[in-house]
Design a protein around this ligand. Sequence first.
Ligand SMILES: Nc1ncnc2c1ncn2[C@@H]1O[C@H](COP(=O)(O)OP(=O)(O)O)[C@@H](O)[C@H]1O
Length: 195
Amino acid sequence: MNREELIEATRRQMPEKRWRHVQGVVDTAVELADRFGGNRDQAWLAALLHDYTKAWATDRMERILREEELPKELLEHDKELWHAHVGAWVVRREHGIDDEEVLDAIRYHTSGRERMTLLDKIVCLADYIEPSRSFPGVDRLRELAKTNLDDALLAGFDGTIRALVEQGKVIFPLTVLARNDLLLTIRSSAKGNNK
Ligand SMILES: Nc1ncnc2c1ncn2[C@@H]1O[C@H](COP(=O)(O)OP(=O)(O)O)[C@@H](O)[C@H]1O
């Protein structure tokens, strides 16, 4: 399958508004890859496929989550988180995507994880700041993203965690682990710079 066919197959999975979001994430992820020394082909592919099953019916995703080798604890958490792992599984199966770094960036684009790779960070941050996103604080993230990937992503996770607490929602713990890990990385690199 060539690039155009993959684009078309992805576009068919979702309504127009979500497709515009995906296009924004693709453009932003490639920009971030150029800015921070990431691989632009992997950034393009992971961003294109990151929301592949986002618009699928919940029961379709649930069936895959239950029947395939996917983390069962997701079933206890917000359904919003399911499409990331299910999407990675589906694009491997349907399109033969076998680049594990790309698949991980898809799997962890919503929750984050500890020790995120550069590609994970690029896709996750692009998802927060692509041009059609509007939420309180998004402009601050865009500003931070001009110079510092980790600072911008940390601010993104902080905002997500804060919003989930304010809404009284259960927090999928990987986001807290991702946030703590980033914070410690930022602090230790600041100490290193002061030596
Ligand atoms: N750790 C978490 N626990 C629970 N819900 C979360 C967590 N992280 C993100 N979410 C929720 O997942 C959703 C992600 O939505 P959105 O960013 O539109 O999806 P996508 O990342 O696929 O583009 C938001 O509703 C957000 O509150």
